[in-house]
Design a protein around this ligand. Structure first.
Ligand code: VG1
Ligand code: CO
Length: 549
């Protein structure tokens, strides 16, 4: 094999600024001349492919299998070798779910990893691609690190790449690329083993043996092989339990975002006459989950709260939880559980990278986001199948339906009616103007009334990390009402087209009456107030959301 390190002259490409979770762009942009190379070099320039003593580092590499994943992996490997890395552990076929990649980084005590994914965004030649770096703790790089990478992309003049043939990433085992070791590993085995340490697999096997029926929709994305191995092979769920189980480069044209809008096949089945006992779906890279009971949808904020209240029923959490963290836009349902359990609670900005320090410091055990993300300290990413298995473990112990567990939860804690309305592909200048006007109006809002509700506070969320003291500002506008209702508005940091406005709506009902309303009806005054306060129609011409979760 010819392996000549080459230095290639390049120049900065505008816009290589990572968002909520890595750098995401349209695939043709990522495939453009020097685009992937520049960003990859910026990663190695910031984190170093060798340590201070010049010894090559070890990284993990994998992606969700979307279009360009295989080609990008070869480029990143050649660049890792040219930059002096000693070893890269790669999932077979260059595929790893995001939680599995996080686990491999930790299990092998590597120096971090590169994950190729645009997560819940569609994939394909004209859809989205993405790259992000995870730290040695297995978690997404914090803002300080991604900012340094962005800075590098603005001043880059050259990158290093080996001239070499492709590595055979389809064959498990040890390969070489120049002087660098490439270990191709089974992407599923270590992850499935980890799940077996956390959950009562014999009890779950007994559950399925007893006729419990489940549907898992992998949405033609990365979790297919993981779900088949764990649910069907190890736990004995009926073959065919996992649908859309074969990962495809374009996700079979599906939008691999597990919410009621995009996972509509699953929703239809779960609301239908012959619905199975439990349904779930996961996203492109396997870190998100949607959970559905027979005839009942579980909002992600409620899911986090139910998991927090019941986690002790699973062996991995039998000793209880240190604390619970949620992203700011996530409903306060989990806070009520934390208070009842007498454990710590934290409110962080959107994005899993903000949970890393709390998890590393042992301050929290469970984390969650309203965007269908839940996870624990077993890895440093949210984890779709983990959440599914924890739910299954709870169902196996409590021997109740999802609906009964939810109703019981609301009776105990009250119900935080919750919904998110997304307005997609708004012209960026209009969205920015609307947010600027909204921000400017905040000081005048407290004391005012709207839709019969009194505003008590209005601010732009800022977060000081309790561990390292880093400060993140402008994380979302919050408007709080006297009756505990809340509106949050922010612009998405993962989109690749125009701006996506996310409007988060919440209203608390203590119960025991009024726990069974349709969330959209229960939230109607809050929804109207949000649109009025933001002057949404005036700025954007829109009043009907594209996605409601
Ligand atoms: C969205 C979600 C956020 C999540 C992020 C990454 O970000 O709101 O909660 O952490 O996606 O999820 P934004 O900035 O678009 O609102 V994933 O599964 O795309 O890595
Ligand atoms: Co994801």
């Amino acid at each position: 094999m010819i392996t000549t390190p080459a230095t290639v002259a390049t120049q900065p490409i505008a816009g290589q600024k990572p968002g909520t979770s890595g750098l995401r762009k349209k695939t043709p942009v990522f495939m453009g001349r020097h685009y992937l190379e520049n960003f990859t070099q910026a990663i190695f320039d910031v984190v170093g492919a060798r340590d201070q003593n010049g010894v090559g580092k070890t990284f993990v590499l994998g992606g969700d299998g979307r279009y360009f994943n295989d080609r990008a992996a070869q480029v990143i490997l050649r660049m890792a070798a040219a930059n002096g890395a000693a070893r890269v552990i790669v999932g077979q076929g260059a595929v790893l779910s995001t939680p599995a990649a996080s686990h491999l980084i930790r299990l092998n005590k590597t120096d971090g990893g590169i994950i190729m994914s645009a997560s819940h965004n569609p994939g394909g030649p004209t859809e989205d691609f993405g790259v992000k770096f995870n730290m040695p703790n297995g978690g997404p790089a914090p803002e300080g690190v991604t900012e340094a990478m962005y800075q590098r992309t603005t001043e880059i003049t050259e990158y290093k790449i080996l001239e070499a043939q492709d590595v055979d990433l389809n064959t498990v085992g040890r390969h070489y690329l120049g002087g660098m070791i490439v270990d191709v590993v089974d992407p599923v085995a270590d992850y499935a083993d980890l799940m077996e340490t956390l959950f009562d697999f014999p009890a779950l096997r007994a559950l399925f043996k007893g006729g419990f029926r489940m549907r898992m929709d992998s949405m033609c994305a990365v979790t297919g092989p993981y779900a088949v191995e764990i649910l069907e092979c190890r736990l004995g769920a009926t073959p065919g339990t996992v649908t859309h189980a074969t990962p495809l480069p374009d996700f079979g044209g599906m939008h691999p975002d597990p919410n009621p809008t995009w996972a509509h096949e699953l929703m239809a089945e779960m609301m239908g006459a012959d619905a199975p006992d439990f349904g779930a779906a996961s996203d492109g890279d396997g870190d998100r989950n949607m959970v559905v009971g027979r005839g009942i949808y579980v909002s992600p904020s409620d899911s986090l709260a139910v998991l927090a209240a019941n986690a002790h029923l699973a062996p991995g959490y039998a000793h209880g939880l240190a604390g619970v963290a949620r992203s700011m836009p996530t409903s306060a349902a989990a806070d009520r559980v934390a208070d009842a359990l007498g454990i710590a609670k934290f409110e962080t900005p959107t994005g899993w990278k903000f949970f890393g320090n709390l998890l590393d410091a042992g301050k929290v055990t469970l984390c969650g986001e309203e965007s269908f993300g839940t996870g624990s300290d077993h890895v440093r990413e949210k984890d779709g199948l983990w959440a599914v298995l924890l739910w299954l473990n709870i169902l196996a112990v409590r021997k109740q339906s999802v609906a009964d567990i939810l109703r019981d939860h609301w009776l105990t804690y009250g119900r935080n009616y919750y919904s998110r309305h997304d307005f997609e592909a708004i012209a960026t200048d209009k969205a920015d103007a609307m947010m600027a006007a909204l921000r400017a109006s905040l000081p005048g809002l407290p004391g005012q009334g709207i839709e019969g509700m009194a505003i008590t506070a209005a601010d732009d969320f800022a977060y000081t990390d309790p561990i390292d003291g880093s400060v993140s500002t402008r994380q979302g506008v919050r408007i709080l009402f006297e009756d505990g209702s809340r509106i949050v508005m922010r612009l998405s940091g993962t989109g690749t087209e125009g701006a996506t406005l996310r409007v988060y709506l919440e209203r608390y009902t203590p119960g025991p009456d009024g726990l069974d309303h349709d969330p959209q009806a229960a939230l109607a005054p809050v929804i109207r107030a949000a649109q009025t306060l933001a002057r949404l129609a005036e700025f954007t011409g829109r009043s009907t959301p594209d996605v409601v979760t």
